[in-house]
Design a protein around this ligand. Structure first.
Ligand code: HEC
Length: 504
């Protein structure tokens, strides 16, 4: 049984040869769940998969027997999906970073054909500019290779981002930087710590916002020594939201994990201050009743109440999609060659396999944050040493990313496996020693990857648990420079202000 499992795992890819490294088979695509949809091809139809893809099928876009068709759809959006399915992010041997893969095909009617383009949208945490649509093409031996890159139908988004870049350059970077505090706060993660509407209002006219007694802007204003930010009365709402959405996107792209933590901390702050606010309110009342010798800082008066703080709201789906048109049934992959990613550097990565089970081993490189999954091949002239792009060990890489090397194989009827986590550097040599393992150990590892996947779920902490966790959360968040997250200024006045009042 175990042997069958291993054989099933090792069944997909073979050699892409050429000047790059030879690759061998891996895991199986059949493990991914399929979703089925019955459609009448003479109607306009929009399908929505449970994982969030939207497929727009115009009437008569598909030719099928009797005008009725059952479609089978398979999606791979996380690194775990890709590893389990053996869907390498490699085009002709070159590593890529995937934005998601989808397979759309008729379940039964093999004669069905797409005769007019169908629009497909797949959900994503952020838009990586430069992504292209690759088609999965089977080579002579039936293996899948990502080829024929085509543009995505993303004209509108690209235009909005280009507008935003220009607006920021012309109006904002004199006082702001993305990653650090200068005259004004760092803009990175601003959409994680603030509401969209509030951001719109502060950009449009900070004076008007301050005048309403809004505690967040008043607190910031104070924190920035009452330096007034410029008002932008003539900027259109669309332009303001272009800026907000652009910053939102680059924040997630830069560091999704911190973005999510800031979001989580923000909600925790709200829950925390909802309780705290009620206490402060009582405290303030006590101070007021205390007689004429007690002075009061009125800056926040009327705002430190339970009613001011809105309910914790669920993390909204940000509704960002990669959009493309397809004209045939197949696997499609929204992908970018790793060498085209911003911040990429020419690097070297070599992995030595040692120990009793160093022969007949498959070695893989996984970088969950950019969804890279590539199989290594032997380096030129070196035994038991693997590289992941060219035969001299060179590979274009993002530095300082959490990555894994995994090695799998079999020995007699036993599974051989090892995994090693590391942080990517420009020049690295790693050693891995596979050992006899079990299917469970490997599954556990895949599960743990899911947790570390960039699609990590953010759950709200609207309850006591969230409140208890707040200190450690904030510490964790504050440790992640450069975003200077400050719960006090972020949401309501810092609690120590109240205690100062009491001491008077
Ligand atoms: C003259 C300097 C200046 C300019 C120009 C400026 N800002 Fe600001 N901005 C500030 C300061 C200072 C603050 C902190 C609040 C205060 O003191 O007014 C701030 C606060 C903000 C905040 C709140 C940040 C947070 O962490 O909550 C946002 C968002 C913001 N600015 C966006 C913009 C955008 C977008 C532009 C350009 C359209 C812009 N700012 C132009 C100085 C400036």
């Amino acid at each position: 049984m175990l042997r069958l499992y291993v054989v099933a795992l090792l069944c997909l890819f073979t050699c892409f040869a050429c000047q790059t490294i030879e690759r061998k088979p891996v895991f199986s695509p059949d493990v991914l769940p399929k979703e089925y949809f019955n459609i009448n091809t003479s109607h306009d139809t929009v399908l929505r998969t449970s994982r969030g893809a939207r497929i727009h099928i115009p009437a008569h876009a598909i030719k099928a027997t009797g005008g009725i068709l059952r479609l089978a759809i398979t999606e791979a959006y996380t690194i775990t999906d890709m590893v389990k399915a053996g869907l390498l992010t490699v085009s002709n041997g070159e590593p890529m970073s995937s934005g998601g893969m989808i397979n759309i095909r008729p379940a039964d009617d093999t004669m069905a054909k797409i005769v007019q383009p169908i629009t497909v949208e797949i959900p994503t945490d952020f838009i990586q500019e430069g992504m292209k649509l690759f088609k999965g093409e089977r080579d002579k031996t039936g293996n899948l290779n990502w080829v024929k890159p085509d543009s995505l139908a993303m004209g509108q988004v690209n235009q909005r981002f280009a507008n935003a870049r220009q607006l920021l350059q012309q109006n904002c970077y004199s006082c702001h930087a993305i990653e650090k505090r200068v005259t004004g706060p760092a803009l990175l993660h601003m959409t994680a710590r603030r509401e969209r509407k509030w951001l719109h209002d502060i950009i449009r006219n900070i004076a008007a916002l301050l005048a309403t007694g809004d505690p967040e802007s008043n607190c910031l204003f104070d924190d920035y020594n009452k330096t007034a930010m410029t008002t932008f009365p003539t900027m259109s709402d669309q332009e303001i939201y272009d800026i907000i959405d652009y910053i939102d996107n680059i924040s997630k792209q830069t560091d999704l994990e911190t973005y999510n933590k800031v979001r989580l901390a923000k909600d925790s702050c709200k829950a925390y201050y909802k309780e705290k606010g009620a206490l402060l309110f009582k405290q303030n009342k006590l101070i007021k009743d205390n007689g004429k010798f007690v002075t009061e800082d009125r800056r926040f008066s009327g705002t430190v109440t339970a009613t001011f703080i809105p309910e914790v709201v669920p993390n909204p789906n940000n509704g960002v999609y990669y959009t493309f048109n397809i004209t045939s049934f197949n696997w499609f992959n929204v992908d970018i060659l790793t060498k085209d990613l911003p911040g990429i550097v020419d690097s070297e990565l070599r992995v030595s396999v040692t120990g009793d089970y160093k022969d007949n081993i498959h070695v893989f490189l996984l970088i969950p944050s950019i969804r890279l999954f590539a199989e290594g091949g032997p380096l030129d002239g070196e035994k038991h040493k693997y590289g992941f792009f060219t035969k001299d060990g060179k590979i274009p890489m993002l530095i300082n990313k959490k990555a894994w090397i995994i090695a799998t194989g079999e020995h007699k009827d036993q599974l051989v496996f090892a995994q090693q986590v590391f942080i990517t550097q420009q020049k690295q040599e790693l050693t891995i020693s596979p050992a006899i393992s079990s299917k469970n150990a490997m599954n556990e590892f895949l599960k743990s990857l899911e947790l570390k996947d960039i699609k990590m779920e953010v759950t709200d902490s609207r309850n006591a648990k969230g409140i208890r966790e707040i200190d450690s959360l904030l510490k964790a968040v504050e440790g992640k420079k450069p975003m200077n997250f400050d719960c006090g200024c972020g949401e309501t006045p810092a609690p120590q202000q109240a205690s100062k009042q009491i001491q008077i």
